[in-house]
Ligand binder design. Sequence first.
Ligand SMILES: [Fe+2]
Length: 303
Amino acid sequence: MPIHLPPVTRRNFLKRSLLAGASFALAPRLWAARRRTNPNSWVLFSDTHIAADTAKVVRGINMAAHFRTAAKELLTLPEQPAAFFLTGDCALNSGEPDDYFQLAGLLGQLRGEGFPLHIGLGNHDHREHFWAGLPPEDAAQRAVTDRQVALIKAANVNWFMLDSLETTLQTPGLLGKDQLDWLAKSLDANRRKPAVILVHHNPGTRENIGGLKDTEALLGVIRPRRQVKAWIFGHTHTWRTDPDESGLHLINLPPVAYVFRPNDPAGWVHATTRRDGMQLELRCIDPAHKNHGQMVDLKWRSS
Ligand SMILES: [Fe+2]
């Protein structure tokens, strides 16, 4: 389920800081001159795996430190991004309440910058704990049902954020019929603008269904609707982009946290949208990584 966090105001930032014990050192940025916003600039995070113990190390890395490094770097972008997306696996393993308490603290600095945060959940998240880990005002746009989806309209792209968390700690994900019906209907009502799908799980196959169980059903919705140009996902902790047979771009975001293969990059992606495509820039946590700064230029398939 995507959670949408509007920028904090000075007043509610201070209130939150008092309640949550967040650092007041973050507050001065709220008074600082804001960077000019680039409406085509987007920050893409996935698989942050934040733990209740921010000193915890998994697979040789500290997840909170990775998050802070990535967040610090995105705050140095010359122009302010239009929004920040996090495509799930926010929490370490089973989505414990204190994981989200720490996540809220780490997100606090970004919220002070004035751009919205759109957060989806993955198979290592827990909806109720995530909601409970956020102050009530953060959940203002929460739906009653447990499968909320979102359409974020922008100048060059319509972003469709979907919810593939089926069961916490169960590796595959599922969108389900209701969500797919909503997607088809929403795409049909928004045919003219390129559309990009954001969902935690990767395309699954019959042989290896660790990804999205209803992959064929999702592709059945998005392949023929030619305005859909890309499916962005995380889950595999691997960075790669490939077009499928219909010219749809399949974009696997790297994890902000740990990788599964030693030479893979951990990091985030800065996306810049155009009407005819999107440029992706990989920002590695380790600036010495051979892929740091890699640019990928994607051209949209014809409509
Ligand atoms: Fe993950």
